[in-house]
Design a protein around this ligand. Structure first.
Ligand code: DGJ
Length: 726
């Protein structure tokens, strides 16, 4: 049993395979006692320590009770004595901000109730998970909060979320509603997070927690390129293979906040959820608000185990659909091949050449619709441009089908160009505030997805193309962030709901599309990785990782992304050299070695390649088809770099340890080099492996103990090992 309720001591213990999470009821409050390595059953009462500390913080009524400012809470509120950051903040009908939540009861059920209208981790069978629901209530206002804890015991993950119901008789407003809080009884931690910008997403930052409130957040109307909705909290000495670390990932694509604070008594509070900035959700009597879900994990074995916990759960129980468990098609995307400069003839030539090289799918990127020849018009007019496609989509689809290559297409559905037929017909369909200028980003505005008629228009526009049966892949782009956030049709009282309602609308639209077109593979994109989040993975199992396709820059981007997200979710393509973003000149095999770690493809014009390069494409496509399937289920190990040393190394090992693909890139040459070797991980130490590329033979213990020699040649050169058990 994953959830143990010790009624006598009022203690609730949640166990996964390797971890325990313990809470208790004390003086009517739900307090947090422990999160860490697995505990046996027993009376954990002594974990609760009140030191009577109340420096200026009032105590409970009598003046002698404990101070709420000194208690570790499961779902803290503000107004009654806990002066740290709250998980819940409500404006009551009388204008006051107080909420005082007391424990009511708890129940345990098999399986997992899904949050209505939101993406979430799921189970396929009730036996896979168990859910604890704890109910808390404020006796005065009637506010009731249900906290859901679902235990995925095998992957050491606990998901958390809250449902807030207005059980009073008058309207109140939710100003902050977090998904989860973890109160730690010390603050000896490092914080690890992703930071970045467009073309430099998800680099890793690690710093020691100090006193004060630190917040990683987005106010961009999207999870964004700048921070990612996850945080890792680790002991100072935690490494890839050793030490404590905790992770929280928000399953959401809009504005989020992941806070951590070192407090006055050397304790720490971590809160994750919707960003309260700009958020104001009126809740009428009887109504319920559902927060997004957060996925929590703990590893005593360092970051690698933490990543594996997330990879396994997200790849298998967050991603859905027929592409979830299979090798994704090897594709060629037209963007860096020809940008806006294509017509049907050129696409057919590129597609036919791609087919000859073994590529399985040609993606027609931006520029096929309306009158779009540059990025300043036509978003919203999702009809084929007859000048570029005189025989419609069929003019490209048919000849390519004969060559055995499928067709994919790009949309940026959430956007509208002011220069479009759609905008001329519906200038009020965009997010805007009356009488204020509408800021454009890349010459475009954002459609108001809180409106049903807008969502229906988008569904019909996309479905019309997909119903032709000619499209087997959709790239779903999103190329600006939100400003002047408003939806006049909602009314003045409801403007604080707009961003969240936008995402509820987007999720509804995506749900309709993925349900009605189950054979289409959807890939999300936001100028590359501007919405690489667990929310969108529920609908689209892969993401264009970054608009920076340079293999050297991708080392950092993919390394950072791998902290939480599975490799199969990362689209990684071989692009032209010199690279279009950075100008780096890299050998073809380096570009291949780096791209091989994700869902694989090409971002170049194959007709412009030399014969020798075309042969390399053929060879690498064949290698990916033979060995790339395990990107989906294999375990990924970060072996070295790319931040602290002059190289980067990694490997992926299949579930049964019979295959390992390892990569190494030299990022900086030093005179006279050194005898560098990299030790692999995750192999069968008793097995013998043959390198399919060189024929070299190694034992598993040699590969993990001594390692492999790394070539010290020219900057940006690489090496790949494909090790098969013999
Ligand atoms: C941004 C994407 O990340 C690119 O791959 C490409 O699709 C462009 N948009 C097209 O406008």
């Amino acid at each position: 049993m994953a959830v143990i309720y010790d009624r006598k001591n009022e203690i609730i213990q949640i166990n996964t395979k390797n971890t325990s999470y313990v809470m208790a009821v004390r003086d009517g409050y739900l307090v947090h006692l422990y999160y860490g390595a697995l505990l046996g059953e027993g009376d954990h009462s002594y974990f609760f320590r009140t030191q009577g500390r109340a420096a200026f913080s009032p105590r409970m009524e009598t003046g002698e009770g404990f101070s709420l400012d000194d208690i570790p809470f499961e779902y803290p509120c503000w107004g009654r004595g806990d002066m740290r950051s709250p998980a819940l903040e409500i404006k009551n009908s009388d204008g006051s901000r107080i909420v005082d939540l007391n424990y009511v009861n708890c129940e345990v059920t098999a399986g997992k109730p899904m949050p209505k209208g939101l993406p979430a981790v799921y189970c396929e069978d009730d036996s896979e998970a168990e859910t604890l629901t704890v109910t808390l209530a404020d006796k005065v206002s009637g506010i009731e909060v249900k906290l859901f804890y679902t235990v995925f015991a095998d992957t050491d993950i606990i998901t958390r979320r809250a449902e807030i119901t207005n059980g009073g008789s008058a309207k109140c407003n939710i100003l902050k509603a977090a998904s989860a809080c973890i109160d730690f009884d010390h603050m000896e931690f490092d914080v690890i997070s992703n930071h970045g910008t467009h073309c430099r997403e998800r680099n890793i930052e690690r710093f020691p927690l100090a006193r004060g409130e630190y917040k990683m957040a987005s106010r961009r109307g999207a999870s964004g390129h700048v921070h990612n909705p996850f945080m890792i909290i680790a002991s100072h000495d935690t490494t890839e293979d050793n030490g404590d670390c905790y992770g929280t990932v928000l399953v959401y694509s809009g504005d989020f906040a992941s806070e951590i604070a070192g407090n006055q008594y050397q304790t720490a509070r971590h809160i994750v959820g919707l960003n309260p900035d700009g958020f104001d959700w009126p809740l009428e009597a009887g109504e319920t608000f559902v927060t997004p879900e957060a996925a929590l994990t703990y590893s005593a074995l360092g970051f690698t185990k933490l990543s594996h916990n997330y990879h396994e759960l997200f790849a298998r129980r967050l991603c859905r659909g027929k592409f979830r468990d299979v090798r994704r098609p090897v594709l060629l995307n037209s963007w860096e091949a020809c940008y806006f400069g294509f017509d049907a003839d050129r696409l057919v030539k590129i597609g036919e050449c791609s087919a000859d090289l073994g590529i399985e799918l040609l993606v027609i990127d931006d520029g096929w619709f309306g009158v779009r020849n540059s990025d300043n018009c036509s978003l919203g007019d999702w009809t084929i441009n007859p000048k570029k496609f005189p025989n419609g989509l069929e003019g490209v689809y048919k000849p390519l089908k004969e060559k055995g290559i499928d067709l994919g297409i790009w949309f940026e559905p959430e956007m509208i160009s002011p220069d479009s037929d759609l905008y001329r017909a519906h200038p009020d369909w965009c997010i805007h505030i009356e009488n204020r200028p509408r800021s454009q980003g890349r010459w475009q505005l954002i459609l108001d997805l809180t409106r049903k008629e807008v969502r229906d228009y988008l569904y019909e526009s996309i479905a019309a193309i997909l119903r032709t049966g000619m499209i087997s892949y959709v790239k779903w782009d999103f190329n600006r962030n939100m400003t002047e956030i408003g939806s006049p049709v909602l009314g003045a009282e409801h403007q604080g709901e707009v961003t969240h309602r936008y995402y509820l609308g987007l999720y509804e639209l995506l749900e309709r599309l993925v349900t009605d077109f189950p054979d289409v593979l959807f890939e999300s994109c936001s100028g590359g990785g501007g919405r690489f989040d667990a929310g969108l993975l529920y609908y689209m199992p892969q993401v264009w990782t970054s608009d920076n396709s340079d293999a050297i820059e991708r080392l950092k981007i993919q390394h950072g992304t791998s902290l939480v997200y599975p490799m199969s979710a990362m689209s990684a393509h071989v692009s032209a050299s010199p690279n279009h973003q950075t100008g780096h000149v890299t050998p073809f095999m380096t570009r291949f070695t780096v791209a091989f770690t994700g869902s694989y493809g090409y971002e170049l014009d194959p007709t412009a390649l030399s014969e020798e390069e075309q042969e390399l494409v053929k060879k690498t496509v064949a290698l990916y088809k033979q060995y790339g399937g395990m990107m989906n289920s294999g375990k990924y190990y970060r072996l070295a770099g790319p931040y602290d040393v002059d190289y980067c190394a990694w490997c992926t090992v299949s579930e049964d340890k019979s295959l390992c693909v390892a990569g190494y890139v030299l990022t900086h040459v030093r005179m006279y080099g050194n005898n560098r070797r990299v030790r692999l991980k995750g192999l069968d130490e008793n097995a013998t492996y043959r390198d399919a590329l060189t024929g070299d033979i190694y034992t598993g213990s040699q590969l993990m103990g001594f390692g492999v020699h790394c070539p010290e040649t020219l900057e940006y050169t690489s090496h790949m090992w494909i090790l098969e058990k013999i």
